[in-house]
Write a protein that binds this ligand. Structure first.
Ligand code: BT5
Length: 322
């Protein structure tokens, strides 16, 4: 029996009798009682009244799959959610599951003990306040299109935030979401495959949702931010994640059918990078100049020393504040 079904039935009235639940679920009343106990252990507040039955008082602030997928009509992304209280890294777990799960499977953890950024850097992933997830894809794209897929993942998040909270964070090339010069989210895309062909792609997404400034370690306090800090109110993580999965699927399906132009245009319109003096480190060379464009292949174009250079991936720092 699915716990999500029990929650839905409880949600249908002020009180639902044990007998009613047992009939609708096709199980014994003892079994119903056991399920209620399990839900309580998971953080649901459920009142029991001797004659009237059970009353759902509140749901916990947890990303249980049945909560996240409630009302979600996606065909691919998040149809299966692998949920964990704690993982070293959702990308790491996704790698282990890669060949045994369907495309679109989402690996989700309430906290990560070894969350990963790019180039061996760490990702701060405390319990309960953020969304740490990995999406497994098997796209028919060439590896050359990966930078665009990275941007697509950020665009989908910006759209989801606009839908959920009515403000629009900006896309910072190549993999971040920013609001008022603070990093709200980062993407780590990892791949496996042969030359010229992508077999599997893991899109790892870290979203700071309900942290307050002092929840971040001191070294992040000047540069990290959360949606709560930006919105000025507590944010429903379940609702945001549901909207993200929706927006991701929509953006991804659009790219599969018509290419990445729509995502790229969004990056150009809602940009935290373009038109700024920046320092860009692509791992081989450091450019100091102005970020002037995002090309159709996802490259960042930098104007420096009277010439233009293209960078496919790297770190961008603003040279000074706007
Ligand atoms: C990223 O790397 O921004 C990619 C982060 C991806 C995290 C997700 S969470 C789910 C999935 N599973 C994983 O293990 N990872 C992915 P990068 O651009 O290299 O930025 C890393 C840098 O951001 C760090 O060196 C810190 O300076 C900073 N940072 C670390 N944690 C942060 C946080 N929670 N919020 C904002 N900045 C952070």
């Amino acid at each position: 029996m699915q716990l999500g079904t029990v929650v839905e039935l409880l949600d249908q009235g002020a009180f639902v009798s044990g007998e009613d639940l047992a009939t609708r679920l096709g199980v014994s009343r003892t079994m119903v009682w056991k399920q209620i106990q399990t839900l309580r252990e998971l953080g649901y507040k459920i009142k029991a009244h001797p004659r009237r039955g059970y009353h759902l008082v509140s749901r916990p602030d947890k990303l249980y799959p049945w909560e996240v997928t409630k009302g979600l009509a996606n065909q691919l992304i998040g149809k299966t959610i692998e949920y964990y209280d704690e993982l070293p890294s959702t990308n790491q777990r996704a790698k282990e599951l890669l060949t045994s799960v369907d495309e679109g499977t989402v690996v989700l953890a309430e906290m990560q003990t070894a969350g990963r950024g790019r180039l061996g850097r760490g990702w701060f992933s405390p319990p309960g306040t953020g969304i740490w997830l990995s999406i497994i894809l098997r796209p028919p794209f060439s590896p050359l299109e990966l930078p665009k897929l990275n941007l697509l993942a950020v665009v989908a998040l910006s759209r989801a935030v606009k839908n959920a909270l009515d403000f629009r964070p900006l896309v910072k090339w190549p993999n971040d979401l920013y609001y008022e010069d603070r990093k709200l989210s980062g993407i780590l895309t990892e791949v496996s495959g042969e030359l010229g062909r992508l077999e599997h792609v893991i899109v790892g997404v870290g979203i700071n949702v309900n942290q307050r400034i002092n929840d971040f370690p001191p070294e992040l306090r000047t540069k990290a931010g959360s949606l709560r800090m930006a919105a000025g109110c507590f944010v429903d993580r379940k609702d945001l994640l549901r909207k993200y999965l929706q927006c991701f699927e929509e953006e991804y399906f659009h790219a599969l059918e018509q290419g990445f132009n729509r995502s790229l245009d969004y990056c150009r319109q809602y940009t935290a990078t373009l038109g700024r003096p920046v320092e860009v480190d692509d791992g081989r060379k450091v450019y100091r100049g102005e970020a002037v464009a995002i090309a159709d292949d996802g490259a960042l174009i930098i104007e420096h020393d009277g010439q233009r250079s293209r960078v496919m991936a790297g770190d961008v720092q603003p040279l000074f504040d706007r």
